[in-house]
Design a protein around this ligand. Structure first.
Ligand code: GAL
Length: 647
């Protein structure tokens, strides 16, 4: 948590606008309360119009103009958009999709992470930009590339990927016998005679071996991290002392962000709550109720996830939705007040920066319907005044204090790959199990930190492990030493690191905490459920036996929740009523003060402040159980409003 007030910024593309406009743009940014500006991340064709010929003049002048206005520049490396001349010199640098089709030129992200000559080119252009601007006082930070994996690009099935995968397998398994044994390749005569004989897992007749898929997913993730690391090393060399950040996305698990973050100072993320609500698996009622606000847990979930990615907990919102976007099936405008609300919510969760995407709507090309803070004719769009209002609020509030530790929620990317590879029941996903548990904790008004397995649990009263099929070393010991209440969710401990059922069956290495044996699992079709007292179990059942107490037992005897000492086991999908009941008991036993919040209202405590956010389209009253005096807003909260209480 920084002692400085949160900053505001904006994403700007000087190359899109006449140079005569830059100074006025910069002055208006400052007048709007912005102090950071991100530039350059797609500008390769303007920086290096042909191989080896650099045109720095325009960027020199743009950076100078922004700096002169008082803005700190966050400079992007332009590697998400390799220009046409480069693609033409190495046509095999493009990624191939799962059907073997090349991802062609004409948009962005058309490169394969495993293509070694392209990686060299990415380092070359990074070094060129960093040599030019690495010591420039205007440049305060770097962004590597842009949204690794966006448009489904972290995974490539190219010849370069195949070659690199075989090397990766050799390094991991040593001998082909070991690989065959680890994957269980005796099944269906899948044994390989050598590493050179192993193919990628796409294009098999029916599903490929899940262990093969998991290895390929881990490899693909490692390729992203290695690609990023090569740029980070160049930046650290040529621009020491500046923060290096990458911008992550929403509900995106194609690579392990904990690994990526190990090389970064700051994790950024791109927050588009309305686009995410419309594009992802929210039910129709929520999509309607929150169409102009976003589901109340979408932004917060990612704030808490990405804050947990770096050891230091430093994170930014580097792209904040300022109005309608262009890329979802439906693109409504935010309710008046939401841009300010999203901004202050990021502050409440400890962001150092919120930067709006983008400054001015561009009247051409793919994103012409994507709002900016300005309209294409430079008149102010609604987001501009809300950014200004948020800047005033931030100044009035001063820095938020350190967040109160209440609940830790353990999430791993590996877990999500396992449930994607082998859902066993349609829609079963470790990511969405995590989101459901997170939402339940937030409905109780709790602060949640999302942490990787093995991170210290000191200071928390409750630890929730929503779904962790493979439990990495470190977590069991951490949980055994943890004094608080523990909740473990379905399928946890059900697989080894190599995607096999563990000896002694699930929950495997978690057995010291849960003396149970999962004898069999079931996934249930829609409509088939087991009714309990105020809850129901649906979608998934881990049937277990053992010494724990059956705590949530349906009328027909089906056990949906177990308890052993301070550990609870949710043996079914976290349906809202069931997870509310089970987590409610765990939070109560943990001594956490929970609240019954009106629909759409959420809280976040930081230092002496409690922030309340009304995501509902209706007015709402803060419950009496939440003490404090408003220093911003009022306890009776209008739609899309914020209230900040001081203890
Ligand atoms: C992000 C991306 C931006 C822009 C934006 C539009 O995914 O990083 O470049 O395309 O979406 O919402």
């Amino acid at each position: 948590m920084t002692a400085e007030p949160m900053r505001l910024g904006v994403c700007y593309y000087p190359e899109h606008w006449p140079e005569t406009q830059w100074a006025d743009d910069a002055a208006r940014m400052v007048a709007a309360g912005l102090s950071r500006v991100r530039v350059g991340e797609f500008a390769w064709s303007r920086i290096e119009p042909e191989a080896g010929r650099f045109d720095w003049g325009w960027l020199d002048r743009a950076i100078a103009v922004l700096h002169a206005a008082g803005l700190g520049v966050i400079l992007g490396t332009p590697t998400a958009t390799p220009p046409k001349w480069l693609v033409d010199t190495m046509p095999d640098m493009v990624a191939l999709d799962a059907d073997g089709h090349p991802r062609g030129f004409g948009s962005r992200r058309h490169y394969c992470f495993s293509h070694a000559p392209y990686r060299d080119e990415a380092v070359r252009i990074t070094r060129a930009v960093a040599e030019r601007y690495g010591q420039n006082p205007a440049v305060v930070a770097w962004q590597t590339d842009n949204e690794y994996g966006c448009h489904d690009t972290a995974i490539s099935y190219s010849a370069s990927a195949l070659k690199a995968f075989r090397h990766w397998l050799k390094a991991r398994y040593g001998t082909i016998e070991h690989l065959n044994q680890a994957w269980g390749n005796v099944f269906w005569s899948m044994e390989y005679p050598s590493f050179c004989a192993v193919d990628l897992p796409n294009q098999t007749v029916t599903e490929a071996n899940p262990a093969h898929w998991l290895a390929f997913r881990r490899f693909s993730s490692d390729q992203v991290a290695a690609f990023n690391r090569a740029q980070v090393e160049a930046l650290r060399d040529l621009s020491p002392g500046r923060d290096v950040m990458h911008n992550a996305m929403g509900f995106f698990t194609q690579f392990d962000h904990h690994d990526l973050a190990a090389d970064l100072d700051v994790v950024g993320w791109d927050s588009y709550p309305l686009g995410f609500l419309d594009s992802f698996r929210f039910d129709a009622a929520d999509k309607l109720a929150y169409a102009r606000q976003g589901h109340p847990d979408i932004a917060a979930f990612h704030h808490d996830l990405y804050r947990g990615c770096t050891q230091g907990g430093r994170w930014w919102v580097i792209e904040q939705q300022p109005g309608p976007v262009n890329w979802s099936a439906h693109n409504p405008a935010p309710l008046p007040g939401m841009v300010r609300l999203w901004t202050l919510e990021a502050m409440a969760h400890g962001a150092e920066l919120v930067s709006y995407f983008r400054w001015r709507q561009f009247p051409m090309a793919q994103e012409q319907n994507h709002a900016g803070l300005l309209r294409p004719d430079s008149s102010a769009a609604p987001g501009l005044a809300e950014a200004r209002a948020a800047a005033d609020d931030i100044a009035a509030l001063g820095p938020a204090g350190a967040a109160t530790r209440q609940a830790a929620l353990v999430f791993s990317y590996d877990a999500d790959w396992i449930t994607q590879i082998q859902p066993q029941g349609r829609g079963f996903s470790a990511l969405w199990a995590a989101f459901e548990c997170y939402s339940a904790l937030r409905r109780m008004g709790l602060n949640v930190d999302i942490v990787p397995p093995g991170r210290s649990l000191d200071g928390y009263a409750l630890c929730v492990v929503p779904c962790l099929p493979h439990v990495p070393e470190g977590l069991v010991g951490e949980l055994q030493n943890f004094a608080g209440q523990i909740v473990i969710g379905p399928r946890s401990g059900s697989r080894t690191a190599e995607f096999a059922i563990p000896d002694g069956l699930a929950p495997g290495v978690l057995r010291p905490l849960l003396p149970l044996k999962v004898t069999h699992v079931e996934s249930l079709p829609p409509g088939l459920s087991h009714q309990g007292d105020g809850w129901h179990a649906a979608r998934w059942l881990d049937h277990a036996e053992g010494d724990a107490e059956a705590e949530f037992v349906a009328a027909d005897g089906t056990v949906a929740g177990w308890r052993y000492g301070r550990t609870r086991y949710l043996a079914s999908w976290p349906e809202r009523d069931l997870v509310d009941a089970l987590l409610g008991r765990a939070a109560g036993d943990a001594g956490l003060a929970c609240h019954t919040l009106p629909d759409g209202v959420r809280l976040r405590r930081a230092g002496e402040l409690t922030f309340a956010f009304n995501y509902s389209a209706m007015a709402a009253e803060l419950p009496r159980s939440q003490a404090g005096t408003p220093i911003l807003g009022a306890r009776r909260m209008d739609p899309a409003s914020v209230c900040v209480l001081k203890a």
